[in-house]
Design a protein around this ligand. Structure first.
Ligand SMILES: [Zn+2]
Length: 495
């Protein structure tokens, strides 16, 4: 009998990302999210017979930009094709898409899982139009008995990014998606909000005996609404397939629906083959010749991408690699970090050399934790870069201890007040004066003869208790290094 560990999981990912262009891809309608249903429509995006599409140049530029950032080659010549199928969200009965000549092809994304770098190939990036949005009444798609259609989404530019089946675990799939999203957001081509549907993904999952060269039959997983869901869906589906194969069954090629509440996938329909779509060249749009000069112009205008940014943070500020990667991955965190560094440099503090590393520590630590706890984005919080820089300065100059800084941070984060004001109002200035500290240390030693005796009896831990008493007496304001030094000095005098 084979073990579960004798199988390898094979994952390929298709991502759809809505382009952040102001107007739709083949008409001039607006693309604002959340507008009144069917208020941003015209005969083209409603799919009226005879209405003619005109390509949005910006949408093409964004697709090329994405292709270049994903290390793809850009087609010199390309065209659009009709993908024919019937579904209520597609009024024309076909979608304008690209079949055999995508705008970008053969690129890659580098990921890292558990410290292991890996290159995931990107097979193609093509441009197509978004469908209308179906809103199913009822609790879920299976039991729903009526649906509503919103055409505001219909005709928004959409890029489809198809990876090769290079991923071997749910972790790798999540790392790929995280990296892909950070690149697209950094480029400004899509806001990639999974919760608003502007980024969606489908995972093709199959299993094969370890070491095999031949992939198993794949199942395509749909309805995945978060990175967490991607991870869970792949884990569930691969386990299901392994159980099935181990029991002597066969995986069938099908589309399966991920049910996030139940945590399982369910059969939706047998998978269509390309032939089912009867692709043919779109007769209403001219084929496209993409000038190499234009491509180079777009390439030279690419912004700094997350990997390059992370490398710069390591080189320029000496950040630990993991902190640098985590900050660079989020455009919001990265620009906040840059602003904190600017503010630190402007303040010209002597400890500025250490400032960026401290800023990074705050951002990946307390700041991220506070944002997660509140379920908000950095831009929605009251924390401003100048405030964090000021807090770092207070610690760096020895005015407050690192421990006090954490409690000051909580107040700054909650109320957006200046750290210096909190320190003044609450009398939190650190006690570093040797004379003042020595007096407190002596008091504590005299008041605690038991622990002092323990210390002399060789119980090193007793010193922790004494430090705790000093901190209690000073409400945490005693300078920890000084306190330790003076305490040991005073104890030595008594030994
Ligand atoms: Zn329109």
């Amino acid at each position: 009998m084979t073990e579960r560990g004798d199988y390898e999981v094979v994952v390929g990912i298709e991502v759809h990302a809505e382009l952040a262009t102001e107007s739709k891809v083949f008409c001039g309608c607006k693309t604002d999210f959340g507008a009144r249903p069917n208020s941003q429509t015209c005969p083209v995006c409603l799919g009226m017979p005879g209405a003619l599409p005109v390509l949005n140049r910006r949408a093409l530029e964004y697709t090329i930009r994405a292709g270049l950032a994903l290390n793809c080659s850009i087609a010199r010549w390309t065209k659009f094709d009709r993908k024919n199928y019937f579904y209520p969200d597609l009024a024309k009965g076909y979608q304008i898409s690209q079949y055999d000549i995508p705008i970008a092809h053969d690129g890659y994304i580098d990921i890292e899982v558990d410290g292991q770098p890996k290159r995931i190939r990107v097979r193609r990036v093509h441009l197509e139009e978004e469908t209308a949005k179906l809103v199913h009444a009822g609790d879920d798609i299976i039991s729903s008995n009526q649906s509503l259609l919103d055409f505001n989404r219909s005709g928004i530019g959409l890029i489809e990014i198809v990876s090769d089946a290079d991923m071997r675990s749910a972790d790798e799939a999540r790392a790929y998606l995280t990296k892909l999203r950070s690149i697209l957001v950094a480029l400004g081509v899509s806001d990639c909000k999974m919760e608003e549907g502007s980024m969606r993904c489908e995972a093709n999952v199959s299993v094969m005996p370890k070491g095999s060269k031949e992939y198993g039959t794949l199942a395509e997983l749909k309805n995945i609404a978060s990175f967490r869901a991607v991870h869970r869906a792949i884990q569930y589906e691969s386990a299901r397939q392994i159980e099935l194969v181990r029991a002597g069954g066969r995986v069938s090629r099908e589309t399966r629906h991920w049910d996030d509440a139940r945590g399982e996938t369910a059969f939706m329909r047998s998978k269509e083959q390309a032939a089912d779509y009867r692709y043919f060249p779109e007769p209403d749009l001219m084929p496209l010749e993409i000038a190499p000069g234009w491509v180079e112009e777009i390439r030279s205008g690419l912004p700094e991408l997350p990997d390059a940014r992370a490398a710069r943070y390591v080189g320029q500020f000496g950040l630990p690699t993991s902190d640098a990667a985590q900050i660079a991955e989020s455009r919001e965190l990265a620009s906040f970090f840059d602003s904190v560094c600017d503010a630190l440099a402007k303040a010209g503090q002597a400890q500025a050399a250490d400032g960026p590393r401290e800023a990074a520590k705050w951002l990946v630590g307390d700041v991220s934790a506070a944002l997660n706890a509140g379920g908000i984005e950095l831009s929605q919080s009251k924390l401003a870069p100048e405030l964090l820089a000021e807090l770092i300065g207070l610690v760096g100059s020895g005015k407050i201890s690192g421990k006090i800084a954490k409690s000051v941070f909580e107040e700054v984060f909650a109320r957006g007040v200046r750290p210096g004001d909190v320190v003044r109002e609450r009398g939190l200035v650190q006690i570093s004066d040797a004379g003042e500290l020595a007096a407190i240390v002596k008091r504590v030693i005299e008041a605690n003869p038991g622990p002092v005796a323990d210390y002399f009896a060789g119980k090193e831990r007793a010193i922790g208790f004494l430090v705790g008493q000093i901190m209690k007496e000073t409400r945490g304001r005693a300078n920890p290094q000084e306190t330790n030094r003076i305490l040991k000095e005073e104890l030595a005098k008594r030994s």
